[in-house]
Design a protein around this ligand. Structure first.
Ligand code: R5P
Length: 290
């Protein structure tokens, strides 16, 4: 297998290749003055299985187009099978119609990628697994939650309380609890579908004097974590940490979260950022070697 180093995930791609002892294919790329993308695969792909590593965090549209161009180029250059490794899958949160007149964006993107040449897709902690079953090629999501929980165990926070900011994501807190060995729980989140505003209800949780780690798949505006941390503070925990798979951290998100008294935000290199302290290379390599 050869690993194509997508421009958005060059480092991660190199680490995956190193783990698998696979050859890498560099990608030359540039942006034309009008904003269009150009790229060229710099390697031989004839009769090779290839994996393109390319996250699609912002600027997501550019990165999706680059992914499509790489898949097209791989097929044109004789690749046997093209697998897209997309740690953060853009548009995945629009996985159903919430308001009349909306598209199912996740499916639109998948069809676009199939047309370009993608034959299989692996992502990480996709917002809802079930969206992948509607994709026009085999697609699966692997979890980075154990890696994040292990980070905290190594830092001396075994037995910390794992909390999900949303009842629908309790499975994430439960997954973390299995590694941390403590308890877990959830808050009740509501998001206004028109304004995006997040609200949370006060809840009784046994976290007094305990270390709490809020686990979420995505931190984007930070609104969810800020609302959760404010409620937790009322319950007098000893410390609050945040663990997320995809640290998009748009605008002032990081500052707003830390201002609530959160000690540390820990993310993965799904989205390269100042908080990307956990690499996805082990989990992606394992999945590719399967
Ligand atoms: C939504 O349900 C996700 O799990 C995240 O909680 C959400 O995407 C975070 O977004 P934000 O940081 O903008 O509140």
């Amino acid at each position: 297998m050869k690993i194509i180093l997508g421009p958005a995930s060059t480092q991660l791609g190199k680490q995956v290749a190193q783990t698998l002892k696979a050859e890498t294919v560099p990608v030359a790329f540039k942006t034309f003055p009008d904003g269009e993308n150009y790229l060229r695969l710099e390697g031989q792909l004839q009769n090779e299985d290839v994996a393109i590593v390319q996250t699609t965090s912002p600027p997501q549209d550019t990165r999706l187009i680059q992914l499509a161009l790489m898949a097209d180029s791989a097929k044109r250059n004789g690749a046997k099978k093209v697998t897209a490794i997309v740690p953060y899958l853009a548009y995945a949160r629009q996985d159903r119609i919430f308001l009349q007149g909306e598209p199912i964006s996740a499916e639109t993107i998948a069809r676009m990628l199939k047309a370009a040449g993608v034959e299989q897709l692996i992502t990480v902690n996709v917002h809802q697994d079930k969206v992948l079953s509607h994709f026009p090629f085999p697609a699966r999501s692997v979890s980075a939650i154990p890696l994040l929980a292990e980070y905290f165990v190594k830092k001396g926070h075994a037995k910390a309380f794992a909390l999900s900011p949303d009842k629908g994501a309790i499975h994430i807190a439960e997954e973390a609890r299995k590694i941390l060995g403590g308890e877990c729980g959830y808050l009740e989140k509501n998001r206004d579908r028109y304004t995006g505003q997040v609200s949370m209800e006060m809840k009784t949780l046994d976290i007094k004097s305990k270390t709490v780690i809020i686990f979420d798949d995505i931190v984007s505006s930070g609104g969810t974590i800020v609302a959760a941390a404010k409620i937790l503070k009322e319950l007098n925990p000893q410390r609050i940490y945040v663990a997320c798979v995809h640290p998009l951290l748009i605008g002032k998100a990081e500052r707003l979260i830390l201002q609530t008294g959160v000690e540390e935000i820990v993310g993965t290199d799904s989205v390269p950022s100042s908080v990307s302290k956990v690499s996805l290379a082990p989990v992606i390599s394992r999945e590719l070697a399967r």
